[in-house]
Design a binder for this molecule. Structure first.
Ligand code: SF4
Length: 316
């Protein structure tokens, strides 16, 4: 089996105070996703059969004065209150929210845990980009991933490849993730995500890993963190099918655009199904939270019951 998640993305805001070299996502003064647009996207998700809503934002938008003003006008205490309430609206519509809002403290993660079935943040690399946000320096990202472990949040992380890094640093980055997982057990999957420059990215694309380098990373990961799934997004790595023997997951697949990599739309689901079948693998839908993290240790009582109910109903 290879898994995927049928998902739709809600960008709570692109606004971000920082200017990371690879970023093609950020904006300065877009403001928050409008209330009507939240309703429209949730409706679209329901009609499109999405199980997952991926909710994302720039890094700490709640620290920006114009966002603070807008939050106040719209009756939210702060950005986490807004993110929690949008997550709740998705949950009420029967969709499982997965949040990725950059680095969060343990307290912030605990605040959002009742509203999100799982969360994530990429480690990206153990090599610092001097231009990136302070929170996104290696120490900050590691602190965020560790905080997720302490807060008992089922977590997705991963590394960014193809921006000029060495194979050695890719393996070191995976080793750091595996070490954190050995301490806290929070990782349910990791992405090996190919870097794709978008409009606004200042970094050019570097050399992508060779297939043998991908395989070396995947073998190392299996050894260091057995049972933690490996995802390669097929819209970002065109050779994904050649790695199917080692791959567990294709990640979120949507009929809507990839909000982080808008130049890389997904193929139709049937196309991925056909390719998997031709290679002897069955493409199967999953929830944003993996079975490994669906127990009471990781989920609040409400999420635990909902996930159990979902799987029971799916079996009937
Ligand atoms: S990568 Fe994240 S922190 Fe960096 S500029 Fe883009 S949105 Fe902001």
């Amino acid at each position: 089996m290879v898994t995927y998640s049928r998902s739709i993305t809600l960008v709570l805001t692109h606004d971000c105070p920082w200017h990371c070299g690879y970023c093609g996502f950020r904006s300065d003064r877009e403001g928050l996703l409008a209330e009507g647009e939240i309703d429209r996207l949730i409706q679209e998700a329901r009609e499109g059969g999405a199980r997952e809503a991926l909710l994302i934002s720039g890094e700490r938008p709640g620290a920006m004065p114009h966002i603070q003003e807008e939050l106040k006008k719209r009756g939210y205490q702060d950005f986490w209150d807004f993110a929690g309430r949008v997550g709740e609206r998705c949950a009420e519509a029967g969709i499982f929210p997965h949040g990725n809002f950059g680095r969060m403290s343990e307290e912030e993660l605990r605040r959002l845990r009742p509203f999100y079935v799982s969360m994530g943040m990429m480690l990206e690399s153990v090599v610092d980009d001097p231009a990136c946000a302070p929170e996104k320096k290696v120490a900050g990202r590691k602190a965020g991933i560790e905080a997720a472990g302490r807060a008992k949040v089922p977590f997705t992380s991963g590394i960014l490849v193809g921006w000029g890094e060495s194979q050695r640093s890719r393996l070191q980055s995976l080793e750091v993730l595996a070490e954190m997982h050995a301490r806290y057990g929070q990782l349910q999957e990791i992405l090996i995500q190919r870097y794709v420059p978008n409009a606004g990215s200042r970094w050019p694309a570097g050399c992508a890993p060779t297939l043998e380098e991908y395989r070396e990373m995947m073998r190392a990961w299996r050894e260091w963190a057995p049972g933690v799934a490996i995802q390669i997004p097929p819209n970002l790595e065109s050779r994904w099918d050649e790695l199917l023997d080692e791959l567990d997951d294709l990640g979120g697949i949507s009929w809507a655009k990839d909000e982080v990599n808008p130049t890389r739309p997904w193929e139709k689901l049937e196309q991925y199904q056909r390719i998997c079948e031709a290679k002897g693998r069955e493409l199967v839908e999953r929830l944003p939270v993996y079975a490994s993290h669906s127990g009471e240790e990781w989920l609040t009582d409400r999420w635990h019951k909902r996930v159990k109910k979902f799987w029971k109903e799916s079996e009937q």
